[in-house]
Design a protein around this ligand. Structure first.
Ligand SMILES: NC(=O)c1ccc[n+]([C@@H]2O[C@H](COP(=O)([O-])OP(=O)(O)OC[C@H]3O[C@@H](n4cnc5c(N)ncnc54)[C@H](OP(=O)(O)O)[C@@H]3O)[C@@H](O)[C@H]2O)c1
Length: 254
């Protein structure tokens, strides 16, 4: 049975990806920093679905962590046919006030890691004639207001480029652009205020986002926005001049 590797599988969307993939009959490789939490997810998932779950602890903001996961993706034994680049976090800091350590980690988790892992996974997928890469972006990709948004924009553009280059190989690339989702993402002090700023109705459940993303992968669709409300918001944001999405304080002209 096809094997899927999911980054950020200890929580939120990644944990849900692991559950839905295993329930659909995939064996899974679970990646994140916390070995204990991954082992717990693997144990529950194996018991409930009968699929095997490998635990691969790695910090994807480090070269060492990315190299370990890349090595698993390049392994010819038990090859991975679906890579889900999902691990991520927000720092909730304005650029001029953030520390370089935070900015570098943000870039590494959202850009360096997906790039490195796709680079490791795709050649084997092409050689085998099938496979898929799923990159978790965000509706923030339509905004031009933070470095997080810039990284999520990169994820969409990278996916588009990959999809174009993979045409005719049997390998596909998909980017999913979730809106606000109820996960641990907004648990940090810097982001918890968002829970009160947005009404309950705009928060999505991970189940719905993941089901929509995996359906798009199965169709070979390149970009998907789960939920009609966020799809409309995305279409509106794409239609307005980009400078209007920079944020309240920007008076600068193009
Ligand atoms: N929640 C939202 O509203 C929302 C909206 C749009 C897009 N997204 C995107 O969805 C993705 C998943 O986020 P989530 O909402 O599911 O958040 P979450 O519940 O906080 O999960 C984040 C996952 O990433 C892992 N992770 C964090 N830092 C890592 C590192 N340095 N190395 C390896 N793994 C790391 C975490 O595991 P460990 O702590 O064990 O390492 C955890 O499994 C992110 O890319 C996020 O940008 C979220």
């Amino acid at each position: 049975m096809a094997i899927a590797l999911v980054t950020g599988a200890s929580s939120g969307l990644g944990e849900e990806f692991a559950w839905q993939l295993a329930t659909a009959g995939h064996d899974v490789v679970l990646v994140s920093r916390s070995r204990d939490r991954l082992s717990e997810v693997a144990h529950l998932l194996e018991g409930a679905t009968g699929r095997s779950a490998e635990v691969l602890p790695a910090d994807l903001t480090t070269e060492k962590g990315r190299t370990a996961v890349a090595a698993r993706l390049q392994a010819e034994a038990r090859p991975v046919s679906l890579l889900v680049n999902n691990a991520g976090f927000g720092i909730g800091e304005r650029f001029a006030e953030s520390s370089w350590r935070h900015e570098k980690a943000l870039l590494d988790i959202h850009v360096t890691a997906p790039l490195r892992l796709a680079h490791a996974a795709v050649p084997g997928m092409i050689a085998r004639g099938h496979g898929a890469v799923l990159n978790v972006s965000s509706v923030a990709a339509h905004l031009a207001n933070t470095t997080y948004a810039a990284h999520k924009r990169w994820a969409v553009d990278f996916t588009q480029a990959l999809a174009g280059q993979l045409g005719g190989t049997g390998v596909t690339a998909t980017a999913v652009l979730p809106g606000l989702v109820r996960t641990r993402f907004h648990d940090s002090d810097a982001l918890s205020h968002m829970r009160h700023e947005f009404p309950d109705t705009v928060w999505l459940d991970p189940e719905r986002v993941v089901a929509s993303a995996l359906a798009a992968v199965r169709r070979g669709q390149t970009v998907v926005t789960p939920s009609p409300g966020y799809a409309v918001a995305g279409a509106v944001l794409r239609a307005v001049p980009r400078r209007l999405t920079r944020g309240r304080r920007s008076m600068q002209k193009d």
